[in-house]
Design a protein. Structure first.
Length: 95
């Protein structure tokens, strides 16, 4: 069973509650375009949080947007995953 897709979290303007919608598209920008064309989710400006899920339902990527037509910004890692710092001695230098 394919459980992959994009989950978009947004803020509903009238009641002010958090909402989410799930879109099965090939790219993140196609999911946002589909989100913008739906009657229930169009017509208001809201910050967006987009999460990508792979075929097995695992969370893989996260983006945020300040508005529905803003440039998406990638977030680092998965939620709950510790930040991995690269030490200088671990880097390989090429000449």
């Amino acid at each position: 069973m394919d459980m992959g897709g994009f989950k978009i979290y947004y803020r509903e303007p009238i009641l002010g509650g958090n909402r989410q919608s799930f879109h099965k598209t090939s790219t993140m920008l196609n999911a946002v375009a589909e989100f913008n064309t739906l009657e229930a989710t169009s017509g208001f400006d809201t910050p967006l949080r987009i999460e990508r899920y792979d075929t097995f339902g695992n969370h893989t990527d996260t983006w945020t947007m300040d508005g529905r037509y803003d440039v998406p910004r990638a977030k680092n890692g998965h939620p709950g995953e510790p930040y991995r710092r690269r030490n200088r001695r671990n880097q390989r230098w090429s000449r």
